[in-house]
Design a protein around this ligand. Structure first.
Ligand code: AMP
Length: 421
């Protein structure tokens, strides 16, 4: 049996590529308008980077990493997310000496051993954006504005909701956490097994549970927003003021916690009602302290990741693929030799054409032209060669006209730009 792709990965086929290219092109345009520069870290790193950066107790590190030993026995991991790698590079290359905030973005594949389903893959792609070295809440609002601008330009903003929360910091979260754990233990009987296990391991994540049976209990759980210290409360209220000033709509969602240990204060997610259970299109937050955890300077940071598969699923199917302007049909070897250089000439000037190989019958080549849907064919047989001509046939009307061979390249170029022929 033919070898198939591994479970949970997918091919991006030529018919889908235009939508992917569009997402990437729009992202680059928007990110660069806001001053972000591209960085491309490798897709594997020392396992330790993710264990430390993402947090030992997170689902990602505990169950979802593609970890392997290389030939020297060193433990390596295919990156499950980009932030840890970007920050490693930031520290390693001393990018922190640049004027702050240092604004970086990266686009590429991530790997997580999750249970595959619609919109959830084991190799998926993200757009990642990080702003480093600035604590001001206006930066939080700006990063969210970049995200909304991206989806606005893709024509998707109206179909998405922005959820916003603050999950406090090292000063206020521990007390909240204790209070939450006490509540969850008291109500353990009302919660699913996973929630009970998470109560002990990673209690904030319990709030993320999607089980209908758990909802009544979780809705009544203590809210982090009632526990924020003055610094966090002020930060959050200023982020909201700045978002309001930019007319960016959001919904405050006290139960929004994220799958990484490193977040503090602002967290956010962009949600859709159109993709079933996989309703998050993007997520992000502030991660002050993470650069330092990776042995860099005490630079704060904030960023987001957009799931490209999910964005592509929301986009309308791309218009029909671009077709070449013409199929050049040489009938015989001598004509092929002549048309090879014409094809090369127009292609190097950016015009797409197809070329036959001179070995097939005209009827077969015309058949191919119809299947390619090219608007024109150019026919050169022995007769035409002797007269120094090529025949250009309009496939729509069937009309044919001769063109001197030495002016064929120019004629094709003129047809491209729609000039009268
Ligand atoms: P995260 O890095 O977990 O915050 O995820 C950011 C975004 O990446 C999510 O909102 C999803 O859109 C996307 N994403 C995360 N995991 C997957 C996956 N396994 N397959 C497809 N997209 C994913």
């Amino acid at each position: 049996m033919a070898i198939k792709a591994v479970r949970g990965v997918h091919d991006i086929l030529p018919a889908d590529a235009p939508r992917w290219q569009r997402v990437e092109a729009v992202a680059r345009e928007v990110f660069e308008a806001y001053g972000y520069k591209e960085i491309r870290p490798p897709i594997f790193e020392r396992t330790e980077l993710f264990a430390r950066g993402i947090g030992e107790v997170t689902d990602i590190v505990q169950k979802e990493m593609y970890t392997f030993e290389d030939r020297t026995g060193e433990s390596l991991t295919l990156r499950p997310e980009a932030t840890a790698s970007v920050l490693r590079a930031y520290v390693e290359h001393g990018l922190h000496v640049q004027p702050k905030p240092v604004r970086l973005y990266t686009i590429g594949p991530m790997f997580r051993y999750e249970r595959p389903q619609a919109g959830r893959y084991r190799q998926f792609h993200q757009l990642n954006l990080e702003a480093l070295g600035e604590v001001h809440p206006a930066l939080d609002a700006e990063v969210i504005a970049v995200l909304m601008e991206l989806f606005g330009r893709l024509g998707l903003a109206d179909r998405l909701t922005l959820s916003l929360n603050s999950i406090g910091d090292g000063a206020c979260r521990p007390a909240y956490r204790e209070n939450l754990v006490a509540y969850l233990r008291q109500n353990a009987g009302e919660l699913c097994g996973e929630c009970r296990a998470r109560t002990e391991r990673n209690p904030l994540r319990v709030l993320d549970c999607k089980q209908p049976g758990c909802q009544p209990t979780l809705e009544k759980a203590p809210s982090i927003l009632d526990w924020l210290c003055q610094g966090c409360a002020q930060h959050f209220s200023r982020v909201r003021d700045y978002l309001d000033a930019m007319d960016l709509a959001y919904r405050v969602t006290p139960r929004l916690v994220r799958g990484f240990d490193y977040y503090v204060r602002t967290t956010f997610e962009l949600l859709t009602g159109e993709l079933g259970a996989q309703n998050a299109v993007a997520g992000g937050g502030r991660y002050d302290g993470l650069v330092q955890l990776l042995e860099g300077p005490p630079d704060p940071g904030i960023g987001f990741a957009v799931g490209m598969e999910r964005v592509v699923l929301l986009l309308p199917a791309a218009p029909a693929e671009a077709v070449p302007l013409a199929l050049l049909i040489p009938l015989g070897e001598a004509a092929l030799v002549r048309l090879l250089s014409v094809a090369r000439g127009v292609r190097s000037r950016g015009l797409a054409v197809e070329l036959g190989y001179g070995a097939r019958k005209l009827r077969n080549e015309l058949d191919r032209a119809n299947r390619l849907k090219v608007p024109y064919v150019v026919i050169v047989g022995d007769g035409e060669l002797q007269k120094g001509e090529a025949l250009i046939r309009d496939m729509g009307s069937g009309a044919q006209r001769p063109v001197p061979l030495d002016r064929l390249e120019e004629a094709l170029m003129a047809m491209k730009s729609g000039e009268p022929r």
